[in-house]
Design a binder for this molecule. Structure first.
Ligand SMILES: NC(=O)c1ccc[n+]([C@@H]2O[C@H](COP(=O)([O-])OP(=O)(O)OC[C@H]3O[C@@H](n4cnc5c(N)ncnc54)[C@H](O)[C@@H]3O)[C@@H](O)[C@H]2O)c1
Length: 422
């Protein structure tokens, strides 16, 4: 099969994948967000996952290369569709499959005999075959596993991580029949230098991805619980973890805020599916609850530290370092840093937010916060919320007095500088 690839959804996952495939295949990238397409066509990726140079090197070449469009009819000539749209939760943390259904409608309308549709979005087991395939069948009028086929291959990239990028992360693949599984696997193997793992079924591949994130969430919840206990005992959690990590089989997770669209969301997908089949998840949802409460916990710890140090809480000047959901990337989706901000503000504290990674307009639009360009004044309290590398070179002496306190959420600042760590 000669693949002409259409990628649907060009965000954190879709764009790097499209660029990687475009080095070897003819690829058309489609996104409903016209301004995103215009920006990418100008040669710049605002998520910073793909460098301008890399993007421009594959754009608008003849034959092999990447073409970008917000018009779905431009992907009609493709025979392999890869869907990388968001999988969100609603305000009650229930899976919202709308983008998957809508993109399946788009693809279904264009589907031809012999086509292959591969889903990459993180889902609970069963979404591809039980939710998406019926949409494809309805829209196309074609028969599944006779006229067209499906695959599922979850993405494992990690925003801001320049070491683990698409091609050098081993990729799980699967197909709707054993033969299609091999075709899907060969397709990915042609661009993934780290290799592939062909799972026996689509449901196995779907389940494997969602448990990777649930496992991480539960492990972080455990160390967050340890942090709460050790704070009460006045023992530094990071010191305890460093000591314990000298054992060969201790897993060195660190406490912190769990936000973003993966670890903080995907466990809800698994828990929802479990509930559907009559099992109420205990551990998975306990982990979620604990991690979701950490923003408020951090803010409370800061407030306690202020009182202990005779700092007046009302109208105090606090600097929050970082607002993104994790370090070294501009992604503010589902950031838990905002929970820290909201609690501090509710005590009438003046909070400045400094984050050299974000697009200020995006933070203003999302949270109504005007991030400062650079800290220039002396603060009563500095809360190091996100461990951006850039904060390591900040000159704290110019923005603190001998009364100021520094609280370090991620434990990455020099311990000598810091009054307390999570
Ligand atoms: N961000 C990550 O690091 C990461 C890692 C692994 C897996 N995932 C999973 O990959 C999937 C995509 O995540 P993301 O971070 O790339 O999301 P994103 O929000 O960055 O990008 C999704 C893109 O899809 C577009 N889109 C939405 N509906 C569409 C439709 N109907 N048709 C065409 N385009 C549409 C949006 O405009 C957006 O540009 C999710 O399921 C996520 O859980 C994400």
């Amino acid at each position: 099969m000669t693949h002409k690839i259409g990628i649907i959804g060009l965000g954190y996952v879709g764009l790097p994948l499209a660029v990687e495939f475009a080095k070897k295949y003819e690829v058309v990238g489609f996104d409903i967000n016209e301004s995103r397409i215009n920006m990418l066509n100008s040669g710049h990726d605002t998520t910073l996952e793909v460098s301008d140079e890399k993007l421009q090197s594959v754009l608008n070449q003849k034959g092999v290369g990447l073409t970008l469009t917000s018009n779905a009819t431009n992907i009609e000539s493709c025979n392999t569709y890869i869907v990388t749209v968001p999988t969100l939760v609603d305000k009650n943390n229930r899976p919202n499959l709308t983008p998957l259904v809508k993109s399946s409608q788009t693809v279904g309308k264009l589907l031809k005999k012999g086509d292959l549709v591969i889903y990459e979005s993180t889902v609970y087991p069963g979404v591809t075959e039980d939710e998406c395939v019926p949409v494809l069948v309805k829209e196309s009028g074609l028969k599944f596993n006779k006229d067209f086929f499906c695959g599922y291959s979850p993405e494992r990239i990690n925003p801001g991580d320049k070491e683990h990028t698409v091609a050098n992360i081993l990729k799980v693949t699967s197909g709707s029949t054993p033969e299609i599984g091999k075709i899907v696997d060969q397709l990915y193997a042609s661009i993934i230098t780290a290799g592939t793992h062909l799972a026996p079924t689509i449901k196995v591949a779907e389940a494997s991805k969602v448990i990777e994130n649930a496992q991480r969430d539960i492990n972080i919840a455990f160390v967050n619980e340890l942090a709460i206990i050790f704070n009460k005992l006045d023992i530094d959690t990071h010191d305890v973890l460093s000591a314990a990590a000298t054992k060969w089989n201790f897993l060195h997770y660190k406490p912190g805020l769990v936000g973003g669209h993966c670890i903080g969301v995907d466990p809800f997908y698994l828990a929802q599916k479990a509930q559907e089949v009559g099992y109420h998840s205990e551990l998975i949802l306990t982990g979620r609850r604990l991690n979701d409460s950490m923003g408020e916990y951090v803010a409370t710890e800061v407030l306690k530290l202020m009182v202990k140090n005779d700092l007046t809480v009302k109208k105090a000047k606090v600097l929050m370092l970082g607002i993104t959901f994790k370090e070294n990337c501009p992604d503010i989706r589902n950031t838990k840093a905002i929970d820290v901000y909201k609690v501090l503000k509710s005590f009438n504290i003046n909070v400045d937010v400094f984050d050299p990674w974000v697009e200020p307009e995006q933070v203003e639009k999302e949270f109504g916060i005007q991030v400062i360009e650079k800290p220039t004044t002396v603060y009563d309290v500095i809360v190091h919320v996100v461990a951006h590398e850039k904060f390591k070179t900040l000159d704290f002496s110019t923005i603190t007095s001998n009364k100021s306190i520094i609280y370090d959420v991620k434990g990455t600042l020099d311990p000598k500088l810091v009054d307390k760590r999570l």
